[in-house]
Design a protein around this ligand. Sequence first.
Ligand code: GDP
Ligand code: CA
Length: 306
Amino acid sequence: MKVAVLSGGVGGARFVRGLVELLPPADVTVIGNVGDDVEVLGVHVSPDLDSILYALAGLNDEERGWGRADETWNALDTVSGLGGESWFRLGDRDLGLHLVRTQALQAGVPLSAVTRRLAQSLGLETTLVPATDDTLRTWLDTPAGTFPFQEWFVARGHRDEVDRLRFEGAEDATAAPGVLDALAVADVILIAPSNPYVSVWPILAVAAIRGALAQRAVPCVAVSPLIGGRAVKGPADRMLARMAGGTSPAHVTDCYKGLIDAIVVDEADGDELDGLGDVRPIVTRTLMSDEDARRRLVEAALAVPA
Ligand code: GDP
Ligand code: CA
């Protein structure tokens, strides 16, 4: 069974790991978010692609929840001591990957090809492809002003409420090589339990990707990132409350209007299934606390008949 999955960073990566634990890894294509990408200290960072690379390669730090295990921070400490820009947390090991990526990008290699090389070097059989090779960046309108994603998320600790999002460059962005093919051959399309607004919408902002989902011939199943109406981590619940007017399964479903056939929701939300329209609810435990939990969640998402 071939699967294409739209994914953000850490939450998405956990789910993708469950997918490749259950299915042959080569049958899975991950379409990753680049709206969070940032140039900092002269390097190009793709945080969501890297979260997936690290999780699939078993290099991620489970405790911290992001970045690499056994990380050290000597480079950043040096930057800080020299009065350099140190708001964005770059570990030494992580930085090594950014150096390789940045050099290749500067030599004219597209992000998708760089990402393929990195995945191969890490021994991954799963295909990871950025939604687009073009520059696409998330901006957020808040009561305190308009900020690029990482300034809002990291520098300001996502404390500002969000009124609107804008995906700079999306109008002209084309899908990266391999994205539309993966969607066309998939037996099922999945949307990981990622933040709908800042992880999945930037992917759907690429018109050809949204179009492929709208015209899909196979089921598309989203997994809610909320449990009991609360995000496991991060601002998804606050964003839904403010921009969608609530945090029920229907509010999450509304983020994917016309694009999904089913939504996997947690048992804690199982008594709030009104307003889903044609979208079929699948109720199960969705906290991916260990390998068994990940497997059960993936099995539930894949059980939707065509
Ligand atoms: P980011 O790009 O690193 O912020 O990660 P994502 O957007 O891919 O994932 C963030 C979302 O994952 C948050 O809204 C969390 O609520 C959700 N999440 C994290 N772990 C779990 C889990 O175990 N189960 C579910 N259902 N959602 C989760
Ligand atoms: Ca992200």
